[in-house]
Design a protein around this ligand. Sequence first.
Ligand SMILES: N[C@@H](CCC(=O)N[C@@H](CS)C(=O)NCC(=O)O)C(=O)O
Length: 225
Amino acid sequence: MLEIWGRPYSSNVIPVIWTANELGLDYTLQLAGGSFGKLDTPEYAQINPNRMIPAIRDGDFALWESLSIVRYLCDRYGAGGFSPADQQIRAIADQWMEWSATKAFMPVIYLFFATVRTQPADRDPAKIVALRDEAHATLSILDGHLEDRDYVCGNSFTMGDIPLGCVVYRYFNVDVDRPALHNVEAWYQRLSERPAYRDHVMRHFGTNPDEWAALEKACASEGVI
Ligand SMILES: N[C@@H](CCC(=O)N[C@@H](CS)C(=O)NCC(=O)O)C(=O)O
């Protein structure tokens, strides 16, 4: 059975877990990383020599790097669907996955760390506004792209929506004022109609480091997800 190594509150693990659930795959989640540890074992070094999460094992095959895992799962188990058969449509999906990793992820994750992962007394309001502005400016590009399409590749949900769907959930759920992004908001609404997105991306992550840590610890009691 497919094994996913990671923790369900990690920004790089969430796209992998969401993908596996979209594809209806049977898998076991090996809780690892952060307070769950296990990354410094010889067994894990065989799976991911970087000792980071996520990683997967699919039979004898091991793979790391979150978006490579998303592509692999969609190619192997969702070919012609989440991984479009048309090479140009697939390239567009790939383009937005790369763009998510290289442009959209950073301002949003830094905004997340400057708010949820920082004690309220230690927060820097100017830094938070600057990160919010950077995230908004970047996501405005996605907003323009979604002006005349439902999903990043057109009318169907594909792997191209997955990394950005995770980024946008965090952006829309940190406690900051945000200028409108009408098309991204409409796309986010469409994603939130998907059960796998609701269950595995739209996890309440708390409002401060203590709540966040307690929520992540509690996921250990969920066992296999
Ligand atoms: N580019 C890698 C980044 C992996 C990464 O930074 N993982 C973090 C968690 S989000 C990690 O392993 N941190 C150590 C830990 O969680 O213990 C990917 O997308 O998979």
